[in-house]
Design a protein around this ligand. Sequence first.
Ligand code: FAD
Length: 153
Amino acid sequence: MPLCRLIYASRSNDILRNDEIDAILAVSRTNNARVGVTGALMYGSREFLQCLEGAREAINSTYNRIVKDPRHSELTILDFVEIDRRWFAGWGMHHVPPLWSSRQMLLRYGERETFNPLKMSAASARALLGDLAVDLAPPRDDEPRVPTKPMRA
Ligand code: FAD
């Protein structure tokens, strides 16, 4: 089964509180660890940018569940490609804190200094997430580990 990466953007139907984001992350980490899915989730200005990596079947079934979630809408697939390595190996779902999205950082990947993943190109979304993965610290001990092959150098 080929390894794939799916990147999509969406808009939350309400402004979500931190505890509501934490609840999404918690269920994601548990479910994703079970099927070998890893990734990252960013949330800011009511918009989500999420990266899912894993076996194609696992990515499809996870995305098909996410797409039905009434907490968000306007789901837009930015990129869905086969890959030879993961960016977020070991992360059931890495939470990218809003602080990471500094205005200067956002301008690097978008037209404006605002987080607007629904308008992002596939190339910019890939660049943003790929750069983020390079600087990533190892997962915390309280996050479920996903058994994955180590990333190649
Ligand atoms: P159940 O828990 O049985 O819930 C049934 C329905 O209610 C589902 O449609 C569910 O989406 C919805 N629901 C659940 N909780 C709430 C709530 N608090 N408020 C409103 N509706 C609710 N899941 C993953 O497994 N992996 C991921 O990577 C992942 N990423 C997500 C990213 C985003 C931006 C969002 C919004 C959700 C994400 N989820 C993820 C959660 C996913 O959408 C499902 O809620 C979860 O997988 C449980 O699915 P279920 O069918 O077992 O739902």
